[in-house]
Write a protein that binds this ligand. Structure first.
Ligand SMILES: [Zn+2]
Length: 314
């Protein structure tokens, strides 16, 4: 994300998107209900396996299939990961500048590998799939877009892509991006899918999330968010044009001075301790974005925005 310089009065608003990200992972509230597809609610992995034909046939249904001799495919589909039940629920005390207090990373999140909650039906197989279309009215209605935003709705695209979760299962993510980069963004996620780079969650940020009290533990990957980039400035963030992407914010926090965002992600300030989902100089993620001319915030100087990629390096 593009960064605020000082101006405490506006910091809360400027940093709200990151705070929103911080809320996203554990957010099981009403804002997701309208997003929810029939498979939402925890049965996604089973459904994915079912759709992929991986579920062993039930005993007695196929008595001649000899399937009992084969190990259950589901057990091989991925590790049995568990989301802490408190995720997204612990409100952080607020700093004078409106950010949440920067607190130590909870032990459960020091090596964060959480299963993905499906809000869209998972892809039918392990193959990469993607869609690009004009923004449906229902999607626009739950996004942060409004008439004051610096991009026309006609210049945005609704993109869905297959991605691999930390649960080693395929999921479907959604993004709003600028029309002129939509094809390139699909190619980026095609490469990440091919590399099986794990992503926890990929969902459009809602207005409620922008205004929500920070919990510092979110991990949503996203692009378009209608917001300004710097306190005391009228400049829009590249996210407000759909020309920037934040990837796995918790594993790849924003770091400037003593500020770490999301607020509970301090364990990931140490970039030499390599854990799944992190982005490093020259890795497959940086290369995938570089292939479409996008630059990484991990190369910034005074601040590091490890989650952030943009078309112009801002
Ligand atoms: Zn960003």
């Amino acid at each position: 994300m593009a960064l605020p310089s000082a101006a405490a009065a506006l910091a809360r608003r400027v940093l709200a998107p990151v705070l929103a990200l911080a809320l996203a992972a554990g957010c099981g509230g009403g804002t997701l209900a309208e997003v929810s597809a029939p498979s939402a609610g925890g049965g996604g992995a089973e459904r994915a396996a079912e759709l992929a034909g991986d579920l062993p046939p039930g005993e007695g249904e196929h008595p001649d299939a000899g399937a009992a001799e084969e190990p259950p495919a589901v057990a091989e589909a991925g590790p049995d990961l568990v989301r802490p039940d408190w995720l997204g629920t612990r409100l952080l005390p607020l700093r004078p500048d409106g950010l949440g207090e920067i607190q130590p990373t909870p032990p459960e999140l020091e090596v964060r590998r959480l299963p993905t909650v499906d809000h869209l039906p998972p892809p039918p197989s392990d193959e990469f799939v993607a869609t690009v279309e004009p923004v449906p009215d229902a999607v626009l209605a739950r996004s942060t877009w409004g008439p004051a935003c610096p991009v026309d709705v006609d210049d945005l695209r609704y993109v869905t892509v297959a991605f691999w979760g930390f649960d080693e299962r395929p999921h479907t993510g959604e993004l709003l991006v600028h029309a002129r980069v939509a094809g390139g963004i699909v190619e980026v996620f095609r490469r990440l899918h091919e590399a099986r780079f794990p992503i926890e969650e990929m969902r459009i940020t809602t207005p409620a999330e922008l205004d929500a009290h920070p919990t510092g533990d979110g991990n949503n990957t996203g692009s378009f968010t209608c917001r300004q980039s710097r306190a005391g400035s009228s400049a829009w963030s590249e996210h407000a044009y759909g020309l920037a992407v934040d990837l796995n914010p918790f594993q790849n926090p924003y770091v400037r001075g003593d500020i770490v965002l999301p607020e509970l992600a301090s364990a990931y300030v140490n970039r030499d301790w390599r854990r799944p989902g992190m982005i490093h100089a020259g890795d497959v993620v940086v290369q995938a974005f570089a292939a479409i001319g996008w630059k990484w915030g991990g190369y910034w100087g005074s601040a590091k925005d490890y989650m952030h990629f943009s078309h112009n390096g801002r």
